[in-house]
Ligand binder design. Structure first.
Ligand SMILES: [Zn+2]
Length: 682
């Protein structure tokens, strides 16, 4: 588990890295990416930029780019991801056809995985058969002890059974890798989906119970039985949800850090033997872990005895089919998608090839990534983006050196933290070794399962060993970026270093506004409400004087209050406290990129384009990063679970705090694009 802060929500950003490295949701989809450079055809010139800058910058783009039926949102990130998927698609097609690959090589695995996924006839013919032995294991449970062993087994094959177990860098000693157990076991996206009382959430819950029942029917239960069992599953998940911590609570690293010995663990988790559990996941040597959410584990332990064994078996059957339904025959795929529609509003299933590319990205992501960068990421790209990155680093250093309210002690610590912040561009120096993973031409679902086991083993094998500093938390083809507070590093995968984020042919103003903004964002994460609690070496250790921290906390509160005022889907407020870190990173990032642009040699040569000054081009480039259309269901889902503000407020909420923007567009003081109580962080 990690507190990785990334640019946009994605599998690695919302789900702690651990045994639930669950199947990636299929990536976003098609539409024209627009021309190079400044996208003047995205603008809606009927909108006044000083009234709604997001609409002005992206309004025509929004009209021209309706959400494709198979997507829940559609924007700059998604379009680029789709292009990457198309490129990877071609690579995988070729690999699947090739007869040259050595058995056991990455090439063989990449080709065979793809072949097994595309072999629709075989998948449909097999139905549920490949999972029969797994269902039998659950049927055979007769005791609490067996139940516990089965929970461990299911987690290892990739099933979200009750809780998660993985590894993390010890918050308080970042040189150590320790085990960590955290809350889990829910089929809906978050506890709020179980607990919120408003009508839309109540409806989702009703749909969810029906969905579980239909899955049981597909597994062979009668309609009556299936309905009864679905309710039992919901009862269990409701109990787990009530015991779970909220997303906002989890933002406090101290609240999710409770390293305990075996004796303490057993005491904290009634009716559960951690010694047996560690043996069952293949690590009997473990003697202490971080029990991240003690309240959850206390309740879970009591429920293990309080709830009849037969109901637990029903729950595990459900979690098993839920985990693998996307890789089974059509009726399971369709039923699974029916629930996706309820949760995200997507209207159509993605084409098969795209779902398989998504699954393969999850299973063999770095093997695919190695092929991807060989073809897609020339060394020259690296040099150019480093130039921009170093300009932004200099801007942040200058800011830390001159910010008026910081005492010399805090200032020195902050500068040291920035100096030691490592930057990584493109892809890892050392590639992941997949030699222990067996992939063949089918059944598809078993390839997925073996990949889950491989990944979970790989993660758990890190416990007790030195930190692998080469490892990346995102594959090279990912269109995203992240800051890792335990590593104190910033990471920009090759996937995001392309137009429209970075374009060697675009005006410098646009590159600084887009990729510069992204870089400044990640760097600022080291100094947001969460990152600022970790020191230069990635340890959770206070480096602030009391009065400096009080000053900082007041500024942070300003951001939380500002964003709490914004709403989506009519009535749903942004959770200011959930998005604080990301909103701080946006504000710091955009400001730093602006300063770096002004300090760059390119600024002197920058000229007006179609009447837009270089500063105006800079802010348009930034707004275009967040061009997006989104369905109301997806809006609600993201506002519940996503620590990032909605795209429109990432633009309007950020520029409203920047006098540089107000100057660039001559914004009057009483405009909605001016935050009356301007927030200043960095
Ligand atoms: Zn971020």
């Amino acid at each position: 588990m990690r507190l990785t802060s990334c640019l946009l929500v994605g599998a690695l950003c919302t789900v702690p890295i651990g045994v639930f490295a669950a199947a990636a949701s299929p990536g976003p989809e098609a539409a024209p990416a627009g021309a190079e450079g400044l996208h003047l055809n995205w603008l809606d010139r009927n909108v006044n930029p000083t009234r709604d800058f997001f609409e002005f910058a992206n309004g025509t783009w929004q009209k021209d780019n309706p959400i494709p039926p198979s997507y829940s949102r559609w924007g700059t990130f998604g379009i680029l991801s789709k292009q990457n998927q198309e490129f990877i698609h071609q690579m995988l097609e070729e690999a699947a056809k090739s007869t040259q690959a050595q058995p056991g090589s990455d090439g063989q695995k990449i080709g065979d995985f793809y072949f097994s996924g595309m072999d629709e006839d075989a998948v449909n013919k097999a139905g549920i058969a490949p999972l029969q032995s797994e269902f039998k294991r659950i049927d055979d449970i007769e005791s609490l002890k067996q139940l516990q062993t089965e929970i461990a087994h299911l987690q290892m094959i990739g099933v979200n059974a009750l809780f998660g177990f993985g590894q993390m860098q010890d918050f308080k000693d970042s040189s150590r890798v320790i085990g960590a157990a955290f809350q889990g076991g829910l089929g809906l996206p978050d506890r709020d989906y179980y607990l919120k009382k408003d009508a839309k959430f109540v409806k989702v819950r009703a749909e969810y119970v029906q969905h579980i029942a239909r899955m049981f029917e597909l597994l062979g239960d009668s309609k009556d039985n299936a309905g009864w069992k679905a309710q039992k599953v919901m009862d269990i998940e409701m109990k787990l949800a009530k015991a779970s911590m909220s997303n906002v609570e989890q933002r406090n690293p101290h609240a999710i850090y409770h390293v305990m010995t075996l004796v303490q663990l057993d005491k904290a988790t009634p009716n559960f033997s951690w010694r047996d559990y560690f043996a069952a996941v293949g690590h009997p040597e473990i003697t202490s872990i971080n029990l991240a959410m003690p309240r959850f584990f206390r309740t879970m332990g009591m429920d293990l005895r309080g709830i009849p064994l037969s109901n637990w078996k029903t729950y595990l059957r459900w979690q098993l089919v839920d985990a693998f339904a996307p890789y089974l025959s059509q009726p399971f795929v369709d039923e699974n998608f029916r629930m996706t529609t309820v949760l995200t509003g997507a209207k159509e299933l993605l084409p098969r090839w795209q779902r398989v590319v998504g699954a393969e990205d999850n299973a063999l992501g770095f093997a695919v990534g190695k092929m991807y960068v060989e073809k897609k990421f020339p060394p020259s790209s690296k040099a150019q983006v480093l130039d921009i990155l170093h300009g932004i680093r200099a801007a942040l250093k200058d800011d830390l050196e001159t910010i008026p309210w910081m005492s010399p002690k805090t200032r020195a610590a902050a500068i040291k933290k920035l100096d030691l912040m490592q930057e990584r561009i493109g892809y890892p120096d050392k590639w992941r070794d997949y030699s222990k993973l067996d992939i063949d031409r089918g059944p598809y679902v078993l390839n997925v399962m073996r990949a889950n086991v491989f990944e979970n083993d790989r993660e758990l094998n890190k416990i007790g060993k030195p930190v692998d500093k080469n490892e990346w938390g995102m594959t090279p083809q990912t269109v995203n970026a992240y800051y890792d507070p335990s590593m104190n590093n910033i990471n920009f995968p090759a996937g995001i270093l392309q137009p429209p984020f970075f374009d060697p042919n675009a005006p410098a103003a646009v590159n600084y506004g887009a990729i510069g903004f992204v870089m400044g964002h990640e760097m600022t994460h080291g100094f947001d409400d969460q990152g600022s609690q970790f020191d230069s070496y990635g340890n959770l250790k206070n480096w602030w004087t009391k009065s400096d921290h009080r000053h900082f906390a007041k500024n942070v509160k300003c951001i939380a209050e500002q964003f709490s005022r914004y709403t989506v889907d009519g009535d749903l407020h942004v959770q200011g406290k959930l998005v604080t870190g990301e909103a701080i990173a946006d504000l710091g990032g955009l400001k730093l990129a602006w300063i770096a642009f002004h300090a760059s040699p390119a600024y002197k040569d920058a000229g007006t384009i179609d009447g837009f000054t270089p500063d105006q081009q800079f802010f348009l480039g930034a707004a275009h990063v967040w061009a997006m259309n989104i369905r109301p269901e997806e809006s609600r889902r993201l506002i519940t679970i996503d620590p990032h503000p909605p795209g429109i407020y990432r633009v309007n909420g950020t520029v409203a705090n920047l006098p540089q923007f107000q100057q660039a567009f001559d914004v009057p003081k009483n405009s909605p694009m001016v935050n009356k109580h301007r927030c200043v962080i960095w």
